[in-house]
Design a protein around this ligand. Structure first.
Ligand SMILES: C[S@@+](CC[C@H](N)C(=O)[O-])C[C@H]1O[C@@H](n2cnc3c(N)ncnc32)[C@H](O)[C@@H]1O
Length: 246
């Protein structure tokens, strides 16, 4: 799956197209943290990608130390070049197998990065590593794509702007995995097109199974809902947001 991010010129396109999500996710999480009167002095963002979300969180909450972890070299390269913030650092690593000496007040994992993991025991690994690396009463928050999102058969998306034309096709398999095929025609300054093809697989799991695993590793006060963690019709949501505490 790492090839999906490391291939061609994808990362800067990703950064542009995902900025809005990071801003909205940061606003919602910060207002939840403020409402609960929680203090966040240290933060770890698993599968941090371009680092945008981590940087926004640092600026909003004046966090002393933020660590971003990812295993895409291109994502980390982009993050290190674009985020100039002494309180934010980036580390190459696998979210299913990492070890830090320190603990954190907040651990996050955003934009369905967790859906890249299969089988579900890898989700459990992430949950238990997050638990282990949290201070007491620290918070773990992530979002995931739901089975509902992929229950509507094959879907295609089209995007076009000055830099590229792109077609993406999503094909659900019977085993709750989804194949993504993305074909991009990048426009060069001399009017030519460069074709780039990328494939990826995502895995979706049942909400009850996910909640059971969070409880099993020890998390309490588990809230699963809309982007503000509020109650919603969870059976009809494409994406659900989770927050829980150690
Ligand atoms: C959809 S992007 C999300 C990036 C970022 N969290 C955001 O909100 O924009 C998924 C990211 O997860 C990373 N990733 C996937 N599996 C990983 C793993 N096992 N360990 C570390 N990073 C992983 C990929 O390299 C990629 O940067």
């Amino acid at each position: 799956m790492v090839e999906f991010y490391d291939k061609g010129n994808y990362v800067s396109k990703y950064a542009d197209s995902h900025l809005d999500f990071s801003i909205r996710r940061c606003d919602a999480l910060v207002s939840y943290i403020n409402k609960k009167q929680k203090t966040v002095k240290t933060m770890l963002d698993l599968a941090c990608g371009t680092g945008t979300f981590l940087n926004l969180m640092q600026e909003k909450l004046s966090i002393n130390k933020c660590v971003g972890l990812d295993f895409s070299k291109k994502m980390l390269e982009y993050a290190m070049q674009n985020i100039k913030n002494d309180n934010v650092e980036f580390i190459y690593g696998d979210m299913t197998d990492f070890e830090f000496d320190e603990k954190f007040d907040l651990i996050t994992c955003n934009y369905n990065a967790i859906n890249e993991l299969s089988p579900i025991s890898k989700w459990e690994k992430v949950f238990s590593l997050a638990y282990k690396h949290l201070n007491d009463n620290g918070m773990f928050s992530f979002d995931f794509n739901t089975i509902y999102k992929f229950s509507n058969g094959v879907r295609t998306f089209y995007a076009s702007n000055e830099e590229y034309d792109e077609v993406a096709k999503m094909t659900p398999n019977k085993d709750n995995s989804i194949e993504y095929l993305t074909i991009t025609y990048e426009k060069t300054p001399d009017g030519q097109y460069i074709k780039e093809e990328r494939k990826a697989t995502e895995y979706v799991y049942n909400l009850c199974e996910i909640k059971k695993l969070l409880k099993k590793v020890g998390f309490k006060n588990i809230k699963i809902g809309d982007k503000n963690f509020d109650k919603c019709n969870r059976k009809k949501q494409n994406r659900l947001f989770v927050i829980c505490e150690k």
